[in-house]
Design a protein around this ligand. Structure first.
Ligand code: SF4
Length: 407
């Protein structure tokens, strides 16, 4: 593909599909979602947004371009080199950064000189995030290959030892972890993906050996425990759990939300900006935790009666905690029905029935969440429902991650 051009797909009501090229001079820093105007002069114009996570086009430019592109729905298929400049779910200029256990990137750093390559991390998340690799065992000088280590408790507290050699790595790993996490905090990560089952990196359910026998599985790896202790607000997951579509979506949603919050803090947190932030996250928060949503509303309403610093800190704590609660089908249905209320006097009977049917089918597990959401989004933009247009719930992360394609 020519770097100066981008392929677009034109769809008509008749479902014809063609491809066309949008010349480079039409690229624009203009970066807001925008509906095709009601009075769009182009024949059969479909009032839908033109959007790509890479580039955005002024519809006016397209309409009046000598290429005579008809004003049908333009869906841009972005090329890989164009990824990364979206603005609705991500603050521009605010890098997206994830800490990752090095072996998940396919690096041969494991005890047996192997790796634990996770393609979702490298090929999907890697397109959007800067990945910061950390291998605690290599970084404390254990070498590759190396003896296997495990957590043991022989009555003198938990230790990290290599049973085959008797070496004790408890202190070096604890010292390293404290220092490394402090260094990582300076990088402003948005999240961390750990390797499951590792006595160094595992997030949970790490086996503790007592008197040579496997004991309870309720520990974290030494490095992981320090990471979560020093940095409680950081979204942390491990590779195994990310195979669960619900947990995966929840984690990525928290990561993008944290990035937006960091962007807000970087720009300078004010009461007005906090209100704007809260307003655009209302439905997203409700999909996770209704009671936290109410508490956060009260907090924002108390602006001016408490010190700003206390208000901002309390809001950040509530925001992070609220998003930790997993969004369920029931909660999504509640949010969708609430949003539907804004359309009740606008849609005709058939449109209402279609929307209600899509929500009900999602509730019953017959359709993935993306279906009622897409229908809802279409109507919101078609009818220019201002409050709902501003809700990040409808676009909390890049669609390319396909996080809402599960039922
Ligand atoms: S689990 Fe952690 S310590 Fe073990 S190889 Fe992977 S990154 Fe290194």
């Amino acid at each position: 593909m020519d770097r100066g051009m981008i392929h677009v797909q034109r769809l008509s009501y008749g479902r014809q599909k063609e491809t066309a090229l949008v010349p480079e001079e039409l690229r624009s820093p203009w970066s807001r979602f925008r509906p095709v105007p009601r009075d769009c002069p182009v024949e059969r114009a479909h009032r839908i947004l033109v959007h790509t996570h890479a580039l955005h086009y002024r519809l006016d430019d397209l309409h009046h371009h000598p290429s005579g592109l008809p004003g049908l729905l333009l869906m841009v298929q972005s090329s890989p080199q164009n990824t990364g400049s979206w603005t609705s779910w991500h603050e521009e200029g605010q890098p997206l950064r994830l800490g990752v256990s090095t072996c998940l990137l396919g690096e041969n750093v494991r005890f047996d000189s192997g790796h634990a390559h996770d393609r979702f991390v490298t090929e999907t998340l890697g397109q959007w995030f800067e990945l910061v690799p950390v291998c605690p065992e290599v970084e404390i000088g254990m070498g590759i290959p190396r003896a296997t280590i495990r957590l043991v408790d022989e009555g003198q507290g938990m230790k990290l030892v290599a049973p085959s050699t008797g070496e004790d790595f408890t202190k070096p790993m604890a010292d390293y972890s404290r220092k490394k996490v402090a260094e990582l905090r300076k990088l402003d990560l948005d999240g961390y993906i750990l390797k499951k089952g590792s006595p160094s990196c595992g997030m949970e359910r790490i086996k503790l050996y007592m008197k040579g026998m496997p004991g309870p599985r309720n520990n974290s790896g030494v490095f992981a425990a320090e990471l979560m202790k020093q940095w409680p607000g950081l979204p942390v997951e491990e590779d195994g759990r990310l195979n669960d579509p619900g947990l995966r979506e929840n984690f990525i949603e928290r990561v993008f939300s944290r990035n937006r919050w960091r962007g807000l803090v970087t720009r300078g947190l004010t009461r007005r900006r906090l209100v704007e932030f809260h307003t655009s996250h209302k439905l997203l928060i409700r999909a996770h935790n209704e009671s936290a949503y109410r508490r956060m509303g009260q907090l924002v309403g108390s602006a001016g009666t408490v010190k700003d610093r206390e208000l901002f800190d309390a809001y950040e704590r509530e925001f992070q905690a609220a998003l930790c609660t997993k969004a369920t089908v029931k909660k999504h249905v509640n949010v969708l029905q609430h949003a539907q209320g804004y359309l009740k006097d606008i849609l005709n009977a058939v449109e209402k029935r279609e929307l209600m049917a899509a929500i009900e089918d999602y509730r019953q597990g017959l359709l993935p969440l993306v279906v009622p959401l897409t229908l809802m989004r279409y109507n919101i933009r078609l009818h220019e429902i201002e409050y709902l247009s501003s809700q990040l719930y409808f676009d909390p992360h890049p669609k390319e991650l396909m996080l809402r394609n599960h039922s």
